[in-house]
Design a protein around this ligand. Structure first.
Ligand SMILES: [Zn+2]
Ligand SMILES: [Zn+2]
Length: 268
C-alpha cells in the first residue's frame, strides 16, 4: 500500500494499492490538472530525484523546501519558541536528515497549515516526527485527502497553537484559509506567515488576494475587506508568504490594508 502523491499539487492520499482515480484538489477550479492528465508519484520516487532544502531565514524561523522545486513549490516554516516549535505548512518530501535537524531543535509540538494546497504529506510528516498533532480549520475538512487520527479540526476564527503563536482564519482563497501570527517574531514587532491567504506580489510593498492564483479568479470585494479586517487587530511588521521569494520585511501591516483598498477599487 502506497500513500500516493499527486504530482501536480503534491497532496498525499490515503494509502492504496493503485493510484487514486482522480485528485479532487486539482480538479477544483482553484488548481488544475496539467495538459498531460493526472499523474501520480510517491515519496520514495520523489526522494530519488529531490532533496530537502534547509534555510535559516531569521532567528527562530527556518524554511524547509524541496530541491529542485516540485508541485507548486511548497515550503514549510518551522517557528521555534520556548513553549515548543510549530511547523507551518508542509512539503511532500521527508528525509532522515531533515527529521534529525528538526529533532536537534527540540522537535515539533504541533503542525498547522495555511490551506489545502500546502497539506502535502502532512500525515507522513506527523508520523515521522513522532505523532505530532495536525491542527486544521474545520471549514476545510472536505479537502483532506488522507484523514488520520493525528488531525484535529478546530472551529471558530482563531486558535492559539502555543503561547505567542496563533492561527487566525481569514477565508478567501479557501473557507479555511489561515494566517499564523507570531507575536515575538521580527524582534518583537510581530510576524505574519500567510501562505497565499495573503500573497506577496512583485510591486514592492504590496500584496494581493485571489480565489485561484493559477487560474486568475479574483475574490469579491467584501471577502477581501474581511481578510484585511481579520488581520487588522494583529500586531506585525513583517510578512512571509508561502514561497522563498515572497516576503515583506517591514511595513506589512499597513501594506495589507493599503492593498485591500487598491484591490476593491480595481474591482469597482
Ligand atoms: Zn492534485
Ligand atoms: Zn493555494
Amino acid at each position: 500500500m502506497t500513500p500516493w502523491i499527486c504530482a501536480t499539487c503534491c497532496v498525499e492520499f490515503s494509502p492504496s494499492l493503485n493510484p487514486p482515480a482522480r485528485c479532487p484538489i486539482c480538479e477544483d477550479e482553484r488548481q488544475y490538472v496539467g495538459a498531460g492528465g493526472q499523474r501520480w508519484t510517491s515519496m520514495s520516487e520523489l526522494g530519488q530525484s529531490h532533496t530537502n532544502q534547509w534555510v535559516e531565514i531569521e532567528p527562530c524561523l527556518t524554511g524547509i523546501g524541496v530541491n529542485p522545486s516540485t508541485g507548486i513549490g511548497q515550503r514549510a516554516l518551522l517557528v521555534q519558541t520556548d513553549k515548543g516549535n510549530v511547523l507551518w505548512d508542509c512539503t511532500p518530501l521527508i528525509t532522515a536528515e531533515t527529521i534529525a535537524q528538526i529533532k536537534s531543535l527540540g522537535g515539533v509540538v504541533a503542525m498547522t497549515m495555511s490551506h489545502p494546497h500546502f497539506y502535502a504529506a502532512m500525515v507522513s510528516w506527523s508520523q515521522a516526527l513522532g505523532g505530532v498533532p495536525i491542527l486544521l480549520p474545520e471549514a476545510d475538512k472536505d479537502h483532506v485527502m488522507r484523514p488520520d487520527p493525528a488531525i484535529t479540526y478546530w472551529q471558530g476564527d482563531a486558535l492559539t497553537i502555543v503561547p505567542g503563536v496563533r492561527a487566525v482564519r481569514c477565508g478567501g482563497h479557501f473557507a479555511g484559509s489561515t494566517v499564523l501570527h507570531w507575536a515575538a517574531g521580527a524582534g518583537g514587532d510581530g510576524i505574519l506567515l500567510t501562505g497565499d491567504t495573503i500573497q506577496v506580489v512583485p510591486d514592492a510593498g504590496w500584496l494581493s488576494f485571489m480565489r485561484s492564483y493559477p487560474n486568475l479568479i479574483p475574490l469579491p470585494g467584501h471577502v477581501v475587506r474581511q481578510i484585511a479586517a481579520t488581520v487588522a487587530p494583529l500586531e506585525f511588521d513583517r510578512l512571509y508568504g508561502g514561497w522563498w521569494d515572497k516576503f515583506l520585511l517591514q511595513g506589512a501591516h499597513a501594506a495589507v490594508q493599503r492593498s485591500a483598498d487598491r484591490y476593491v477599487k480595481a474591482l469597482d
